[in-house]
Design a protein around this ligand. Structure first.
Ligand SMILES: [Zn+2]
Length: 511
């Protein structure tokens, strides 16, 4: 129990966990621990992810309770307008190499938390730290908290840093206990840190067990990232294997407590996926396609002012940016028309003003003008919407809508907008477009397609995620010993509900 007499809480996140695959793993007897949790908890089978439905955006959403318009993390790759460069968090090893290992690591480890994540919001860790709860986190992309941590330069990173002869010695701010592989470890453990896929779940579980031995947390974020890599390589239909391994790792915590009953007597658990996963047949080389007509900014461009467009592939979504600069600029109408006709592009989203003209995009932190409409185009049909009208979405948001609902395969019943194909579409598209680092266009790709990253990689033959589509977006959210009495408490659950539920558990709810 915590000092305030509550159960400790473990937020367990399995990257890319699909509800049907979780069920299959349980039914096949491959995930007995998750099965026991499902039996005793409240399972929401269709918790909706962020858009783009990729890990940096979704992880930010999970521990801030807000969308990209407020947390500012827009994708796995995005273009930094002020710095005139791409930010790459590691779409693939090849993409990381294309931007330089040091630069990409620096963006991933420091900048994501200390520069890119909005300073105007508080993370779950910061709020719990302020309330005096003992926070802890195994490797997770968004970890900003109130405690200072010194970098430890061991292993793989030390070699990378030595090789680049650069100093990589900054402290960071995280939860009280922070374990981040080679970089940060708030206490000595026997846990072997490695960035090799398949060995990261055991590392996280090992750190968690060490903390349990010392009664070292009130709130722990326990991350199981390996299922994502496995699903990318082998396809989402094969993921029983990697779910079984995550379950096995979770079992070491249960074992440490002396079994499931004593474990749950002491701990509440939330089990959640950041997004789902779909099968990929083809890579979409967006930068190459647009590069045939416009000059597209390359990863290490000497003179970025000459490029007309920036292209940020982010798995099954992408941002396309109009660049200011020297010489002839790209015609926005021509770019928009070209994007809409590319095979593999499903939705073309853009923020326009009331007259349909492109908007000046404010710098981070500047308020929007209030005059914007989000437009979504699909197969020549168009829909536009903005907050504040008569139509209500399944999460209670109100919208003014004009155009073809068919664009989002949506219908309005009793004043409520529903779409089985694109869950929570209005809020998610709005938040993607209103984010300060959003592209001038945000694309959601068609089934079977994934945008080729800047390293030339895609997961054709395997799986991926990122689109607005239900297949990418709906995953499990399970509450055991905390959260709602029933899944019916909300019509549509989302990752944004995770942080409020945790704050509520610690008596900090009620905003
Ligand atoms: Zn992934």
């Amino acid at each position: 129990m915590t000092a305030s007499g509550r159960k400790k809480l473990i937020l367990t996140y399995v990257d890319s966990l699909r509800t049907d695959m979780l069920r299959r793993a349980i039914d096949d007897g491959r995930a007995p621990n998750f099965g026991a949790l499902v039996e005793r908890g409240v399972l929401i089978e269709d918790c909706v992810s962020s858009f783009p439905s990729v890990t940096p955006v979704a992880c930010a959403e999970m521990v801030t309770g807000v969308g990209a318009d407020r947390h500012w993390i827009s994708g796995m790759n995005w273009y930094h307008r002020l710095e005139r460069r791409y930010v790459e968090y590691g779409s693939s090893l090849e993409a990381t190499r294309a931007f330089g290992v040091f630069r990409a690591l620096y963006d991933l480890v420091y900048n994501m938390n200390l520069a890119h994540l909005s300073p105007e919001i508080e993370t779950l860790f910061e709020q719990l730290d302020d309330a005096g709860e003992r926070t802890a986190c195994t490797p997770y992309l968004i970890y900003r908290g109130r405690h200072r941590h010194e970098v430890s330069l061991d292993g793989l990173l030390r070699r990378a840093v030595d090789a680049t002869r650069l100093k990589f010695r900054h402290h960071t701010w995280g939860p009280a206990e922070l374990f981040y592989g080679d970089l940060y470890a708030s206490r000595q453990t026997p846990c072997k840190s490695t960035s090799i896929p398949g060995a990261r779940d055991p590392y996280a579980a090992c750190c968690a067990v060490e903390l349990m031995k010392e009664d070292g947390f009130d709130f722990l974020l326990l991350s199981f990232p390996d299922n994502d890599n496995y699903s990318h390589r082998h396809g989402p239909g094969e993921s029983v294997e990697s779910i079984a391994r995550a379950d096995d790792c979770f079992g070491t915590l249960v074992e440490q407590a002396g079994g499931m009953d004593p474990f749950l007597a002491e701990h509440a658990v939330i089990l959640v996926a950041d997004h789902a996963h779909t099968a990929i047949e083809r890579g979409l080389p967006l930068a190459e396609i647009l590069g045939a007509e416009w000059s597209v900014l390359q990863p290490s461009e000497e003179r970025p002012e000459l490029a007309q467009l920036a292209v940020s592939p982010t798995s099954r979504a992408a941002h396309v940016y109009l660049l200011p600069g020297e010489g002839e600029r790209a015609d926005p109408a021509a770019v928009g028309e070209r994007l809409a006709e590319i095979e593999g592009v499903d939705l073309v989203c853009r923020m326009l003003d009331a007259e349909g003209a492109p908007l000046y995009r404010p710098e981070p932190g500047m308020p929007a003008s209030g005059d914007e409409w989000a437009t979504v185009e699909r197969r020549g049909e168009r829909l536009r919407f903005r907050p504040g009208g008569k139509v209500v979405d399944l999460r209670g948001g109100r919208w003014e809508i004009e155009g073809e609902l068919g664009v989002l395969e949506a219908r309005i019943e009793d004043g409520k907008l529903r779409s089985d194909s694109y869950p929570d579409p209005l809020q998610r598209v709005w938040s993607a477009l209103a984010a300060p680092h959003s592209g001038d266009w945000v694309l959601s790709l068609a089934e079977g397609f994934e945008a080729v990253d800047w390293g030339g990689e895609s997961h054709a033959g395997g799986g991926s995620h990122g689109a607005l589509h239900a297949g990418d977006s709906l995953g499990p959210l399970l509450f055991v010993g905390c959260g709602p009495e029933s899944a019916d408490q909300r019509e549509q659950w989302s990752l944004r509900d995770v942080t409020p539920a945790i704050l509520d558990h610690f008596g900090l709810g009620g905003e």
